[in-house]
Each structure stands twice: as C-alpha cells, then as structure tokens.
Design a protein around this ligand. Sequence first.
Ligand SMILES: [Zn+2]
Length: 93
Amino acid sequence: MPTRAPRAGSAVGNRRRKTAAQRGYGGRWQRYRLLFLSRHPLCAECERQGRVTEADVVDHIVPHRGDLELFWRPDNHQALCRPCHDAKTARGE
Ligand SMILES: [Zn+2]
C-alpha cells in the first residue's frame, strides 16, 4: 500500500488576501464614491437622528458579500460618516 506524501505547500500560501481592487473597490468604485458623495454629502444615519454630519463613506445598505450586482446597485448605496459606517460594520450589517 503506497504511502501518501503530504502535498507540500497545499495548505499554506493558497489563501492569498484579495486586494481592494479584486473585491470590487477599484478605480471605478473610487470614482463612483466621489460622485456619490458629491451628490449625497451628508451622513444618512446621522440625518435620521437629526444630526448634520459630513459623509465620508459610501455604504452598502445590504451587505454585498462579494455579490457584484448588489455591490453596484444604486439603491443599495447610502452615504455615511466614518463612525456610523464603523458602527454598522461592527454590527455585521
Ligand atoms: Zn453618521
């Protein structure tokens, strides 16, 4: 019965981290983000709470989790300030 040699290197080094561009956040997204923020300069979440805060992030209302259709759907985008976006992300939304 032949002994199976462990496949060297198969476990290590395969899980390369994707770059921001590979996740969809490439130049096209950067341009879109600037355009979106110029049209929606205020944080939507702060606005709901009666605060006026400059938005810094284009957030996906429904997490896209790599789904490009969801990623680019305009009605899935909202402008958020950094603290609101971080809080939303921390909640797993
Ligand atoms: Zn905010």
